[in-house]
Design a protein around this ligand. Structure first.
Ligand code: ADP
Length: 660
């Protein structure tokens, strides 16, 4: 049908008649946009009739589908008229008088009057229902496929919807819970949480990632992270809440187990450190017993040592934690019964939830189970402690009156500690052996030096008599040489004797006040007479007085000077230098063998000798140890600086005597 319009843009009578009662809303406008006609269906859609001045559409009603308002000049009919042809139908959103929102498709048509466009009309096809149905379908598909529980509830807390995720997380189907109060999911002690949540929702506030616990249908609690948001109607009124709950039990369990293993590593480190700090067996095992008892939550813990006691029994109670010793006295445990055999033989751990239920329990004389008056024991954990050589050093035993107290993690923990304890036990045993050997050595040295001194003293006496009797120079030389060797032997025995005195804490000092430099001159002189060929050079400062044990200090100086000579066989010069303040420092320098830096910390230890020293330079490695002891007993210090192949400077410092 050809449509035409009057020149004023009013539709012709046939057209008006065609649209007047049509179900489709229509607006006619002239070329300036003035609305010349709109039908009943249009008024019903928008909720009112256009006003006299309205152009193209009723103002404030037309929007793009994304909500941006459409300006009058962009109205599809305005665009069609200025383009001279109808634009393609397009989707718009309109706001109706009741402020409801509808989605429409606008179709335009241009009305011709002679040659020019006199105006046009447009129809609005309501597609709201279709749009909503597709949006709802998308939304519910999202909700249904979600792994999280998505629940909606009204402001009274009644459940309104329940997705598949909720079914999985809480165990209830939608039929079982929709219409019920949300409190069925909340543990009794957390019921007040719901009120707090609902109050926030009423205020329009969202609750984000709130970690809490909820009840599964099977009665177990689950850890969840909750996000609750207010649900508003199209006017912005809050009428309920949507709840997204994520099951985080696995995450929490993972975090807890990570925290537990971190804690376990910390414990093992601590115990490792503590054990390595001690060599005392009693102390080590008490620490191990105390720590493992508290870590396992045992009521008592004990270490049984695999040592044969006076009665010939092997596992003897060594350390105990959590119970008095008397509590164990009447108790035959742990005997090598069938139940505990694996621990005794080192084959493995025994962890029993209820020992009284074990078939083998209660079969052994004399008690047939627990003796009367003994601690009630139901849960048992027994872990063998095996030494590095593979021997069973003992066993750690734990007990608790409740059943099922000890878990796998306790078993692992104690096994870890037991292997560290085994090392500590081995070390402590070795240390004991070394101590015993060292003690025997000290006893031997003390005895041997005493026995050697006696014949040496008489030899010295006879040689002195010979020196007086023999005047013939050739023969005299032999006697002098013999005398020199006896002197050396005597010095060595004296050193050994001093060592045993130092070890027994019996090195006595007899203090006197004397002038240091004249004392030094005498020592150098006596060394020269006894054969020292090195020249000793020094510039003597003003005399100073010291208060010291003269004989012992002579021992220090002789040792340093003899060493300087002994270890510089090719350079016959020794330099002495001094520093005087309220203390006296003496430096003895040679240009001899020197030594590598690694020896510097060791040469003051007894029996230490630098292995590269030529074989013909004899010594016992005791002089410096004794010198250090003497200097330190004089409240002084001794040290060395040395360069291999260039020589050494040995120095000591002692306080000057107070002024009189
Ligand atoms: P000894 O000389 O009897 O071996 P000491 O205790 O006096 O025992 O000295 C310990 C070790 O220190 C010596 O064996 C030697 O290796 C080293 N030593 C001591 N004095 C010197 C020195 N002046 N130059 C180089 N090495 C030295």
């Amino acid at each position: 049908m050809e449509l035409s319009a009057t020149s004023s843009g009013n539709p012709g009578t046939e057209l008006v008649r065609a649209f007047e009662n049509a179900a489709i809303p229509v607006f006619f406008c002239n070329s300036m946009g003035a609305i010349s006609f709109s039908n009943e269906a249009a008024h019903n859609l928008l909720g009112r009739r256009p006003a006299k001045d309205d152009r193209w559409n009723i103002p404030g009603t037309l929007f793009e589908p994304d909500g941006r308002p459409v300006a009058p000049e962009n109205h599809p009919l305005a665009v069609s008229l200025s383009a001279g042809r109808a634009v393609a139908p397009a989707e718009f959103m309109i706001r109706c008088a009741d402020s409801g929102v509808k989605f429409v498709v606008i179709h335009c048509a241009i009305l011709e009057s002679g040659e020019s466009a006199a105006g046009g009309y447009y129809t609005l096809t309501d597609i709201t229902a279709y749009k909503n149905s597709t949006q709802d379908a998308v939304l519910s598909a999202i909700v249904e496929s979600s792994e999280d529980a998505i629940i909606s509830k009204d402001l009274q807390g009644n459940i309104r919807s329940w997705n598949k995720g909720a079914e999985r997380v809480f165990g209830y189907t939608a039929d079982e819970v929709v219409g019920k109060h949300i409190s069925i999911l909340i543990p009794a002690r957390l019921q007040q949480e719901e009120e707090t949540i609902i109050n926030s929702i009423r205020r329009g506030e969202k609750i984000d990632h709130f970690q809490t616990r909820r009840l599964h249908k099977n009665g177990h609690e689950i850890d969840i992270s909750l996000t609750v948001s207010p649900v508003k109607d199209k006017f912005g009124n809050i009428y309920g809440a949507s709840k997204v709950a994520r099951d985080i039990t696995e995450r929490i369990v993972g975090e807890e187990s990570r925290a537990r293993s971190a804690e376990r590593i910390l414990y093992l480190n601590t115990i490792g450190r503590t054990l390595s700090e001690s060599l005392d067996l009693q102390e080590i095992l008490q620490k191990v017993t105390d720590l493992t008892t508290s870590l396992t939550g045992a009521q008592f813990g004990a270490f049984f040592y695999n040592q044969v006691d006076k009665k010939g029994e092997t596992m003897t109670l060594f350390t105990l934690s959590g119970a008095p010793r008397e509590a164990f006295e009447k108790f035959g445990f742990p005997r090598n019964t069938a139940v505990f055999h694996p621990t005794f033989s080192g084959h493995g751990v025994i962890r029993v939830d209820d020992i009284t239920k074990d078939d083998r329990y209660g079969k052994n004389a004399p008690h047939y189970g627990m003796p009367q008056g003994h601690l009630p024991v139901t849960s048992y954990l027994a872990v063998p402690v095996i030494s590095s050589a593979g021997n069973v050093a003992g066993g750690l035993f734990f007990g608790h009156p409740e059943p099922g107290v000890f878990k796998e993690e306790h078993e692992d923990l104690v096994t870890g500690i037991a292997s560290q304890a085994a090392i500590a036990i081995d070390n402590s045993k070795l240390f004991e052996e070394v101590k015993t050997l060292s003690h025997k050595k000290d006893e031997f040295i003390a005895m041997a030096t005493h026995e050697l001194k006696t014949p040496l003293t008489s030899m010295t006496g006879y040689l002195q008599m010979l020196q007086l009797k023999i005047s013939e120079p050739g023969q005299r030389l032999f006697v002098d040489k013999a005398m020199n060797q006896v002197r050396k032997l005597n010095a060595m025995i004296t050193d050994l004797f001093d060592i045993s005195k130092i070890q027994a804490g019996k090195l006595q000092l007899n203090y006197s006040r004397f002038a240091f430099f004249s004392f030094l001159r005498e020592i150098i002189e006596s060394l020269r007479t006894s054969g020292m060929q090195h020249q000793v050079h020094y510039e003597q400062p003003a005399e100073v007085f010291i208060e010291a044990d003269k004989l012992r200090l002579e021992q220090v100086l002789s040792n340093l000077l003899t060493n300087a000579a002994k270890y510089s066989p090719d350079r016959k010069q020794i330099e002495l230098s001094f520093e005087v303040s309220d203390q006296l420092t003496v430096h003895v320098q040679d240009r001899g063998l020197g030594m590598e830096p690694e020896h510097i910390n060791n040469i003051f230890n007894q029996f230490y000798r630098v292995e590269s020293v030529p074989r013909n330079i004899s010594g016992l490695g005791l002089g410096l140890f004794i010198s250090k002891e003497i200097v330190e007993r004089h409240h002084g210090s001794i040290w060395v600086k040395s360069v291999k192949g260039e020589g050494s400077v040995f120095s000591f410092r002692i306080p000057l005597a107070p002024e009189i």
